[in-house]
Design a protein around this ligand. Structure first.
Ligand code: FES
Length: 227
């Protein structure tokens, strides 16, 4: 139930699980992990994947899973859900969990990183998945004009029930809560599981001094609802 959510957020029901089941799981009753456990698992999983990616790179693996920064500061807050204005706007820099801007060479193809909008009034942190692939790999529903240098950015908040999309399966972004799957090479369109719509893509470009910045807000609503 929405009132049970520790952050006061509401989660609409999904196609496979009802609202009560989703929210009870996030609230941490006997049937599922608490929201804090879930965020810790998310962060821990990213750290583990970072190590795994390094190992893959060492052995010449083709599907490195990325140098992922753990958004520890955001574990208890996804973003200001009460805030209804733009999350990003033209010129807002993308930053990592430490607040460092993202230089053009930060990621290699196949890697990903959780980033956030540089702080500005009305919004503190909105987890965003930054991925990088070879430019020619993108297709399908990708908004090519929203990408730059092989980078594409999507909201990390699952459109099903608001979990963090923290896992990877090759080029597929995977939500651990109900196995929602999104194609990173095709605009994060849904390719499996209950999410009702794609993760909204963020238009990005490189600033004159070589850092990733947004050129506007997400192309659609962040998180559940709004579809
Ligand atoms: S929250 Fe259900 S698949 Fe992501």
């Amino acid at each position: 139930m929405p009132g049970d959510d520790p952050l006061g957020r509401e989660y609409p029901g999904g196609e496979e699980r009802g609202a009560t089941e989703c929210c009870a799981e996030r609230a941490g009753d006997a049937d599922g992990p608490s929201i804090y456990q879930e965020f810790w698992r998310d962060a821990r999983g990213e750290m583990e994947r970072r190590d795994y990616a390094k190992a893959l790179a060492t052995i010449g693996g083709l599907t490195a899973l990325g140098s992922l920064a753990a958004p520890l500061v955001s574990l208890t807050r996804v973003f200001e859900r009460e805030y209804t204005g733009p999350v990003y706007s033209d010129g807002v820099a993308l930053v990592d969990a430490e607040g460092e801007q993202i230089a053009e060479d930060r990621l290699a193809p196949g890697e990903q990183l959780t980033v956030f909008p540089a702080s500005h009034p009305g919004i503190e942190r909105a987890p965003t998945l930054l991925v990088r692939f070879e430019e020619g790999e993108y297709g399908g529903e990708t908004r090519a004009e929203f990408t730059v240098g092989g980078y594409a950015a999507f909201s990390k908040v699952c459109t099903h029930a608001g979990c963090m999309v923290a896992d990877r399966d090759g080029t597929t972004l995977v939500c651990p809560c109900h196995s929602g799957r999104f194609d990173a090479l095709s605009g994060a369109t849904v390719v499996g599981g209950p999410p009702p719509r794609a993760l909204p893509q963020l238009p990005i470009t490189l600033s004159s001094d070589g850092y990733l910045v947004a050129t506007g807000d997400f192309e659609g609503p962040v998180g559940p609802g709004g579809g």
